[in-house]
Design a protein around this ligand. Sequence first.
Ligand code: FES
Ligand SMILES: [Fe+2]
Length: 439
Amino acid sequence: MKTTLSETRHTNALPLPGHRYTSAAFFAEEWERMWTKVWLLLGREDEMPEPGDYQVEEVGPESILMVRQRDGSVKAFYNVCQHRGNRLKYDSFGSTDRLTCVYHGWQYDLDGRLLYAQDPEDFPQGDPCRFIRLVDIPCESFAGFIWVNMDPDCVPLKQYLGPIHALWQSYPVAEMKRLGAKSARMPCNWKVIQDNFAESYHLPATHPSTNAILEDHYADTDFYTFDGGHGLMKMKALMPGVRALESGAPLMNDFLRERLREWDLDPVSFVGREREIRVALQQQKRKVGPSRGYHHYAAMEDSQLTDYWHFMVFPNVAVSATSDGFHLMRQRPLGADPARCRFDNWFYATMPEGEARPVQTPVGVVARDAEVEHELFDYGEKSLGRGAEEDMGNMLGQQQGFMSRGYRGALLAGQEGRIKHYHDTIDRYLAGELPARGA
Ligand code: FES
Ligand SMILES: [Fe+2]
C-alpha cells in the first residue's frame, strides 16, 4: 500500500527519541523524579558481614554509604559529612568503629549519630553532638542484596518489587557465591544497556551461536510485564532452537553433550531427538538433584531447572536466572553525564558441598572456583566476558545513532514490548504519576 504524507509524519513521532539518551536536561528530570524515588539494588550482605563493615556505592551524582550495625541490621546514609560536606568515606569497602571525617575529624557512630566534634563549645548553636546526625536513607535486605531508596516516603521493597519478590524466593540467591564481578565505565546512556536486556530479538544477529542451545524465537518465548516497570522473559534452554533446526546443521553439540553427561544421560541416545534434551534434563535433575545437594530444586517449576528466566527489575537491573546461577547485569549513571554509565556484569552461583561440576550461564558455563574480587575498568581496557562484549559494541554504536539527525525514533517489534513498558514507566515517574504511595 502507498504511504501517505500523514503516515510519514507519524513515523517521525515513533517512540524513544534520541534525547532520552543524550540530553542533560532529560537526565536532570530523570534523576529528580525517578532515580531518587525508586528502590535500587546496591550492596551485598555477605560482603559486609560484621558490625562496622561498610560499603560505598556511587549512583549518578550521589555516593551512598551502607553500614552494618551492631544489631546485625544495615543502615544507609548519604556519604556526606554534616559539618561542611566532605565525603565521609573515600574507599569502597572497609571496617570501622566510628565513621570519621578526615577534614576536621568529626566522628559519627555506626548509626549516624555525631559522637565527637572538635571544640564543641565554639559552636553558637551549642554542641553539634546534641543535634547532628548523618542523613539516612530507607534500606532493606532481600535475596542477599542490600537495597536503598532515596525517597523517605517510599513503599516497602516487597510492594515495589511486586511479583518478582515471590518469584525470586525459589532461587537460593542469598547463599550464592560471586564467581564473576567485572564492571566497566561505558560511553553510553544507562538505558541503552537496560533496553538491550529487555528483549531477545537481538540474539540471532548479535549472539548467533546461542540458538544451538536455546530457543530464541519469540513465538515459543513467554513475555511478561509487571506493574512498576518490571518484566520477565522465559526462554526455553538446553535444546536447539527452531532457527538451528531450519539451518540444517547438526543439532547435537559439545555444550548439550556436556550437560547430558553431567547428569548421567547418554548423549548418543539423544541424536536425532535433540529437542527432547530439555525435558529429559528436567526429569533427571528433579530425580538426581537432591542427592547431589541441589535441595532448592524442590521449590522450582520444571522450566526453572533448564530455562533462562530473564528478569527486569525497574529501573536498572536485569537478571538472567538459571537453576543454579544468577547473572546480574546492572547499569547506573556516572555523575550527571547522560552519555556515560557504569555497567556491572556479575555472576552468582550455588555451591553445593562437594560439587565440582561447572554451573550453567546464559552463554556457557563457569567453573565453581573461589569467589572473585570486583574489577572496575574503562570499557575496552579488559574483556567483560564474551556475551557482554558481543552486546556492548552495539550499545556504543546506538549511543552515536541517538545523536544523529537521521535517527527518527524506534520501531519496536511486538516482542520488544517490554522496552515500551519500561519507558512508559519512566514517563509515568516524570509525569509524577509514580512512585506509588501506600494507602
Ligand atoms: S567536613 Fe567533615 S569534619 Fe569538617
Ligand atoms: Fe545480548
